[in-house]
Design a protein around this ligand. Structure first.
Ligand code: AMP
Ligand code: MG
Length: 345
């Protein structure tokens, strides 16, 4: 594995590698992707092998320009062109009927394909230089946290990837929103970097996938995903006094909580968590109280806590609005234990 920079020479090296079937981890504004030539089935198979990802979890195909989506998907469905015009390049993945050439391996045999034109100009330049659509799931091993830095990719995949293009930390830090336009009404399958509120302005009938009432069509919708290697528990805003009272009941309880790292949303919550004196460490997900900041910091903080001296992570849930939905979704999936639902990523 070789880490490349963003010089013209390095971009050309990465693009040639992509085109010729090698695996190249690429930065995007959401998370780092494990890129492969979408037209090369052997390269696609290598993506699944490198991630140890089961082939029933379809990949997102990335294109260099909004118009380029036409090569991959049928854009004639209601709202497809409107959504592309409004939100691309950007953190929105559209699920649409696939073109015939798209390999079944990229779509897990589905008649639909997930396609996105990424917001980061560097990613688009790379794809344009490669001259082929680039299939790229998140560049992490199956079931693990998504990478938001080149170092995360190097730590997680090592020599299972040929090149990593280091474009610095991802600006958004949370995966793209997946919007299935092949469903009526259109369905957000995965909340992400683009808010439901923003989509609703262009697709008024859009619904949020509800795991209680709809069975999953793709593994990104299954509960356990994006998991850190330590237990993660969620608490509601304002519920810390109850936790403190409970834990203070016994010396063992207090010691146990002290080996726990708390993630809080906003200064006030972080202050309250620190003041209750029960956590080994308290980190504020969003010192400015903006859920966008929490999304950008979430995976990076979880990566840090994996190696930090704590046995457990407790995180506060964010208000269910804007990017708070995407953060809560990732927190919920990270908090679900390995079980019947399996792990994905
Ligand atoms: P990731 O590997 O993190 O980039 O996630 C890709 C996710 O996109 C999958 O886990 C699915 O949730 C979603 N996806 C990809 N292709 C499709 C499809 N054809 N239909 C529905 N969801 C899809
Ligand atoms: Mg993933």
């Amino acid at each position: 594995m070789k880490i490349l920079g963003t010089s013209e020479e390095d971009i050309i090296t990465a693009a040639e590698a992509l085109r010729s079937g090698r695996l190249v981890a690429i930065p995007t504004e959401t998370v780092y992707g494990l890129g492969a030539n979408a037209r090369d089935e052997a390269a696609l198979a290598a993506v699944f092998a490198a991630k140890q990802r089961p082939t029933f979890d379809p990949l997102i195909i990335h294109v260099a320009t909004p118009e380029g989506a036409d090569e991959v998907a049928d854009l004639s469905l209601p709202y497809a062109r409107e959504a592309i015009k409004a939100f691309w390049p950007g953190p929105l993945t559209l699920v649409l009927p696939k073109r015939d050439w798209v390999p079944a391996l990229a779509t897990s045999g589905l008649a639909t394909v997930a396609v996105r034109c990424p917001g980061l100009a560097l990613t688009r330049r790379l794809i344009a230089e490669a001259g082929v659509p680039v299939a790229a799931p998140s560049a992490n091993a199956f079931g693990h946290l998504s990478p938001t830095t080149a170092q995360h990719v190097a730590d997680g995949l090592g020599d299972r990837v040929d090149f990593i293009v280091d474009g610095g930390p991802c600006a958004l830090g949370v995966e793209s929103t997946v919007l299935d336009l092949s469903m009526d009404p259109p369905l957000v399958l995965r909340p992400g970097g683009l808010s439901l509120e923003a989509i609703r302005a262009v697709v008024p009938t859009v619904q949020l996938f509800d795991r209680a009432t709809t069975s999953p069509r793709a593994p990104g919708q299954l509960p356990s995903h994006y998991a850190p290697s330590k237990p993660l528990r969620l608490f509601a805003s304002g519920s810390l006094p109850g936790v403190a009272t409970l834990a203070a009941g016994t010396p063992e309880g207090a010691a146990w909580v002290r080996s726990t790292a708390a993630l809080c949303f906003g200064r006030e919550s972080a202050r309250a968590a620190a003041a209750c004196g029960l956590f080994g460490s308290v980190t504020d997900l969003s010192p400015d109280g903006d859920p966008v900041t929490a999304a950008a910091r979430l995976f990076s903080l979880l990566h840090d806590l994996e190696t930090a001296d704590c046995a457990e992570i407790w995180s506060e849930r964010l208000p269910e609005a804007g990017l708070g939905r995407a953060v809560n979704d990732r927190l919920f999936k990270a908090s679900v234990k390995d079980g019947a639902d399996g792990r994905h990523g």
